[in-house]
Ligand binder design. Structure first.
Ligand SMILES: Cc1ncc(C[n+]2csc(CCOP(=O)(O)OP(=O)(O)O)c2C)c(N)n1
Ligand SMILES: [Mg+2]
Length: 654
């Protein structure tokens, strides 16, 4: 190679320093420390084609240490991706530039995942590596045969999700996952020995990983360690000993380079130290040409892959799946028609399993799983066999008690493409998965959360297991569709909506207890978010709005009111987000201004005022639950017609 790795790497260092300086904000230390190792990876090992960032068989690269975003922006620019341009980089951290503070998958091709919340990048990479092996098992080496690479920092390895994700990766033997650890022994507060003394390498060895170590500032040594990783069948952790802010002579090796601009003097000193004589954002043409040539390395492999795809009899199906399109013929109409003909009283978790029976038979792309609650979440259908180290073709993952790791892995699987992951736990433990649910929503990926035991209706397990504020808090999250179906039909409809919602995640809140089938027609009313399930017979004075198991309660309340000559509609509202998208006429028809509006939901009342208004009534639970049989709890917390009707009558008389 005419130009040495160190010189190539200095282009990354310069861009990182200069961009952070121009923004007066950002993190120069990590890109400067890892520049050499990243250069080796991206110019010699990473298989990609900057001309086609979505080539399905490309290697995936995840910058788990997302604060070092300039490292990734520099690599994308230098290797020849269309964006970011040098102007994009000059706009680093400014409004309108795709070079956001942390890498965002929806702003730049080549950014495989949104990272910044430490630990989650690595955990998503585990999901990508799972998806790769699974698709490989289905489509063979000709179509799917790539690796997943990660650069992670001390913070990523310290976070709890790291334990969940790495344990799972070791268990599943994901040998095509390789993590380069920026072992610089510095975090924001200072040296890592302020807060940790664990033996990370021993920990990873205990997970069943291969562990290697190298001098991350010595290209030859990085190469040696990567070769070792590639040769080992286990997932690999390559500890790269580096110096944070390498090249900044007065600040390197200290937390001072972590997350602030180096300052004009130090940048000038670094230029001298690195022998980098060029003005800010100026890249010498021979150096850029070398980078671009190295970036084009993957072209040939891509071309050969295109030919294999063209000759493959599964090409159409593979391409459909990678594009995230459901088969044209996919439909739950027959299944739902059967329910209308033959009503069933089942828990909605069971209804979900029944719907999945129809779904999994039609959609080979679904991969189910649960965080050790398979029998409770009803997430596994009979035809699903487990995805294991010995058989990656399985479509069911036993995630173990790793809610956060499961959710992050599902994000990685969805980002990889070709699969639609769904996974279960108790709704109350959505909190354990929440940071990853948030990244599903932010990244706009199709992940379906199957969250059962959705209220005090779970009964005896008591307040630790009974969700209260969860629905409200999940509804507060942008771009998450929260569904709480009322019966077996609505559950199927919500499943279909979740699967067709390819711009973000969905969460199904499902009951433990049986619910009567309240729906008698087969139109997907859930698509509107809320609909009139029962129309008032007497002159309408009241509209009862309920979700899930409380729709049955609302029907009882309506009947009691009608018995007193008070007309009452019952509105089932399985999904706030979809209802809010309806036109004002529809919304006004369902929630008219001339009726008393009443919400009934066995959870926090917070937020229901938006539908019931200042003079409406909200029946909910704004304290923790209790341990008792479900029926007793519904009575105790006032979810009965006897308890609710007098309040409504009193409000009407006011
Ligand atoms: C979950 C989470 N907690 C806290 C932060 C804030 N944060 C950003 S970088 C960082 C320190 C990370 O240290 P390390 O990974 O060693 O990065 P380095 O300083 O070496 O670049 C922290 C605490 C974050 N981004 N995500
Ligand atoms: Mg560090």
């Amino acid at each position: 190679m005419a130009i040495e790795t160190r010189t190539l790497a200095n282009a990354i260092r310069a861009l990182a320093m200069d961009a952070v300086e121009a923004a007066n904000s950002g993190h120069p230390g990590m890109p400067m420390g890892m520049a050499d190792a990243a250069t080796v990876l991206w110019t010699e090992y990473l298989r990609h084609d900057p001309a086609d960032p979505s080539w399905p068989d490309r290697d995936r690269f995840v910058l788990s240490a997302g604060h070092g975003s300039m490292l990734l922006y520099a690599l994308l620019h230098l290797t020849g991706y269309e964006r970011p341009t040098i102007d994009d980089i000059k706009g680093f951290r400014k409004l309108g530039s795709p070079c956001a503070g942390h890498p965002e998958n929806f702003l730049l091709d080549g950014v495989e995942a949104t990272t910044g919340p430490l630990g989650q990048g690595l955990a998503m990479a585990v999901g990508m590596a799972i998806a790769e092996r699974h698709l490989n098992a289905e489509y063979g080496d000709d179509l799917v045969d790539h690796r997943t690479w990660v650069i992670a920092g001390d913070g990523c390895l310290m976070e709890g999700v790291n334990h969940e994700a790495s344990g799972l990766a070791g268990h599943l033997g994901l040998g095509r996952l390789n993590v380069l650890w920026d072992d610089n022994r510095i975090t924001i507060d200072g040296a890592t020995d302020l807060s940790t003394s664990e033996d990370v390498e021993a920990r990873y060895a205990a997970y069943g990983w291969h562990v290697a170590r190298c001098d991350g500032l010595d290209a030859a040594d990085v190469r040696r360690a990567i070769e070792e990783a590639l040769a080992d069948p286990r997932p690999s952790l390559v500890a790269c000993r580096t110096i944070i802010g390498f090249g900044a002579p007065n600040k390197q090796g200290t937390a001072a380079t972590h997350g602030v601009a180096l300052g004009a003097d130090e940048v000038a000193a670094a230029r001298t130290e690195l022998g980098w004589d060029y003005p800010p954002f100026d890249l010498p043409s021979d150096l850029l040409a070398t980078w671009r040539a190295l970036g084009a390395r993957g072209k040939e492999a891509h071309g050969a892959w295109n030919e294999r795809l063209a000759a493959n009899d599964k090409a159409r199906d593979f391409s459909r799946r990678m594009a995230g399109e459901l088969p044209d013929e996919f439909s739950l109409d027959d299944y739902i028609g059967g329910l209308i003909a033959n009503p069933q009283k089942v828990a909605t978790r069971k209804a979900s399993e029944m719907a999945l029976g129809a779904i999994n038979a039609q959609l080979p792309e679904t991969i189910g799983g649960s965080a050790d609650l398979t029998g409770s979440n009803n997430t596994k259908t009979k035809d699903q066999s487990p995805l294991t180290k010995d058989d990656y073709s399985g479509r069911y993952i036993y995630y173990g008690i790793r809610e956060f790791g499961m959710a992050a892995a599902m994000n990685g699987m969805a980002l990889h493409g070709g699969v639609i992951p769904y996974g279960g736990t108790f709704l109350v433990f959505a909190d354990y998965a929440r940071p990853a649910i948030r990244l599903s929503a932010l990244q706009q990926v199709r992940v379906v959360y199957v969250m059962t035991h959705d209220s005090i209706g779970l009964g005896e397990d008591g307040p630790t297991h009974q969700p209260i504020e969860h629905l409200a808090s999940l509804r507060a999250m942008p771009n998450l569709a929260v569904f709480r179906p009322a019966d077996v039909v609505e559950t199927a409809e919500c499943w279909e909506l979740a699967l067709r919602r390819d711009e973000g995640p969905s969460l199904l809140a499902l009951t433990r207890q049986n619910l009567p089938q309240v729906r008698t027609d087969a139109t997907n009313h859930c698509a509107r978010g809320a609909y009139r399930l029962r129309a008032a017979t007497a002159a309408r004075k009241v509209v009862l709005i309920a979700t899930g198991s409380e729709v049955e309660v609302a029907l009882g309340v309506a009947e009691a009111l009608e018995g007193r000559g008070i007309g009452a509609d019952v509105v089932s509202m399985p999904c706030w987000e979809l209802f809010d998208e309806q036109d004002p006429t529809y919304r006004g028809d369902i929630l008219p201004g001339d009726a008393l509006l009443v919400s009934i939901e066995a959870g926090a009342t917070l937020g229901w005022e938006r539908y019931t208004g200042r003079y409406g009534l909200n029946f909910g639970i704004d304290r923790f639950g209790a341990s008792a049989p479900a029926g007793d709890l519904f009575t105790h917390f006032g979810f009965t017609a006897e308890a609710i009707v007098p309040h409504i009558v009193a409000a009407l008389e006011d």
